[in-house]
Design a protein around this ligand. Structure first.
Ligand code: GAR
Length: 224
């Protein structure tokens, strides 16, 4: 019998780096985070819960959504996180949408902004307002499978390892400095739903770590 008969039993995923480097204890100030979401909001919830467990030592002080009916909005209400709807359909341009986002984040005095399932292309307006302070989670091992439906792209390509990447955002789509990645196996019989679920379990683990790493790069405290 092969030693590695069913990888899903032994290896759900592998993340690197495992932990952020040791940082000096914070002076008691907690990071202020805003999260942007368009749909389900599972990463928003996982990050909020991680912050509440002090990993990282941060508070999600604002969720912004662009879809009125999205589940992320309901999660925010259940979790008691203030939520603002900025509906892209009511904005005249991408630039106007991003200008409204910047205003909301500045008003909330956030240190970092996390794109957790934000399904709009962002512009220079947002990137330049939060240089090195904008983190995105993407469901592929970048630089493979940028853009829409990364999981579908991975299945179509027949890769045996898929995964997710948390990275800083620049003006290119799904580019920017990589902070953390996690790899997962693609198993026989996987479909879009099963592979997405395996990837998302890893997203929920690496996004809080990526926030901590992004904060440490800026010399901001993020350890409880
Ligand atoms: C996540 O899998 C995230 O990686 C992906 O959307 C999903 C949102 O899930 N983002 C992208 O594809 C952006 N290019 P969630 O709403 O449950 O957190």
């Amino acid at each position: 019998m092969p030693a590695f008969a069913d990888p899903s039993q032994q290896l759900d995923g592998f993340q690197w780096p495992l932990q952020p480097p040791e940082a000096p204890p914070s002076a008691g100030r907690r990071l202020r985070l805003a999260v942007m979401a368009s749909g389900e909001g599972s990463n928003f919830e996982a990050l909020t819960q991680a912050c509440r467990a002090d990993r990282p030592a941060a508070d999600v002080v604002l969720l912004v959504v662009n879809n009125p009916g999205c589940a992320a909005r309901e999660r925010a209400s259940r979790l008691g996180v203030p939520c603002r709807l900025i509906d892209h359909r009511l904005q005249p341009s991408r630039d106007a949408l991003d200008a409204a986002l910047v205003e909301a984040f500045q008003e909330a005095q956030v240190d970092l902004v996390v794109m957790a399932g934000w399904m709009r292309i962002v512009t220079r307006r947002l990137v330049e307002a939060f240089p090195e302070r904008l983190v995105n989670i993407h469901p592929s091992l970048l630089p493979s499978f940028r853009g829409m439906d990364a999981v579908g792209q991975a299945l179509a390509a027949g890769v045996r390892l898929a995964g997710c990447t948390a990275h800083l955002v620049n003006e290119q789509v799904d580019a920017g400095r990589i902070l953390v990645q996690a790899a997962v196996p693609v198993l026989e019989g996987d479909d879009h739903a099963s592979l997405s679920a395996r990837i998302q379990r890893q997203e929920h683990r690496i996004l809080p770590l990526a926030v901590q790493l992004a904060a440490e790069r800026l010399g901001l405290p993020a350890q409880g």
